[in-house]
Design a protein around this ligand. Structure first.
Ligand SMILES: O=C(O)CCC(=O)C(=O)O
Length: 280
């Protein structure tokens, strides 16, 4: 057992859990090095897609919509000059890589399918886990964009809701370089909206409850490299801009339960040739 009863109580109460020293430094470094290689080998010609971190304008282009079973690269909003050329190197311009690193890349596969993670997910009551989505988030120095307050169930809805997010700090995360902030207990506020594929083309938000988040209750989660933050699918959280000279790399993995239904209307979909897998 990875979690003791107090930790499970804290997770149920707060909607998140901070587990320090969950991953060894060298495993974090291996992932950073692999992400660097992937970016180096990525040719952006013709596929420039920006990850807008503001929910209202979240990009819905084909490159984004097709990324559920691929390794795709998304740029920071502030990466470009008005004429469309990059302000800085490609390596310093990528916002994130998503969304099937854990199935398509051997280094990410190995990092995502350790006995410790499997046990953690089992302790959280996910009986038949499926690894749905992974993201490598760079939070680049100076231009790292903000991620506005949201809960992950908006984007990765299941019926009934059985969604756990794992947020691995690959570098120290501080208020300065854009750490996560969360509203303790906010997972009990209920589902606010769903981000869905629209009939025809693109995506839309279906609003269920438009009351604003009580953002005055947000608390910063400053954590050291190697920490995992476990996020309940309904927990409101955000990260602010990174204007500091330090990056804040993180890797996230979202796990659902095969016993819940994963709707065809969710934005993130897989082709039949690449079904979701658990920890095997
Ligand atoms: O890592 C971040 O800056 C925020 C990530 C996040 O909230 C998410 O992907 O749901």
């Amino acid at each position: 057992m990875t979690l003791n009863p107090d930790q499970i109580t804290a997770y149920d109460r707060d909607g998140f859990l901070v587990l320090e020293n969950f991953v060894e430094d060298k495993a974090c470094d291996r992932l950073c090095a692999r992400a660097e290689e992937l970016v180096r080998d990525f040719d952006p010609q013709g596929v420039v897609s920006i990850f807008s971190t503001h929910e209202q304008t979240r990009t819905s282009d084909d490159y984004f919509l097709e990324s559920g079973d691929k390794i795709h690269f998304f740029f920071e909003e502030n990466a470009f000059h008005p004429d469309g050329t990059l302000r800085q190197s490609k390596e310093r311009s990528i916002n994130k890589i998503g969304h099937a690193l854990h199935d398509l890349d051997p280094v990410f596969d190995k990092f995502s399918r350790t006995p410790e993670i499997k046990q953690l997910i089992s302790d959280l009551g996910i009986d038949d886990p499926l690894l749905l989505q992974s993201m490598y988030i760079f939070k680049q120095p100076r231009i790292g964009g903000e991620v506005t307050c949201h809960h992950d169930a908006t984007f990765l809805y299941t019926e009934p809701l059985r969604l756990v997010g794992l947020w691995f700090a690959l570098e120290d995360a501080t208020i300065d370089n854009g750490c996560l902030w969360a509203i303790p207990g906010g997972h009990r506020l209920g589902l606010k909206s769903r981000f869905m594929r629209a009939e025809g083309v693109g995506t839309r938000f279906e609003v269920i409850d438009d009351t604003p988040w009580p953002e005055e209750k947000l608390q910063p989660l400053e954590v050291k490299k190697g920490t995992v933050i476990v996020l309940h699918g309904l927990l409101p959280h955000l990260s602010r801009e990174n204007r500091s000279p330090k990056s804040r790399h993180a890797y996230t993995l979202h796990v659902i339960d095969a016993d819940s239904e994963y709707p065809a209307s969710n934005w993130l979909q897989r082709s039949v040739e690449m079904p979701l897998r658990g920890f095997r």
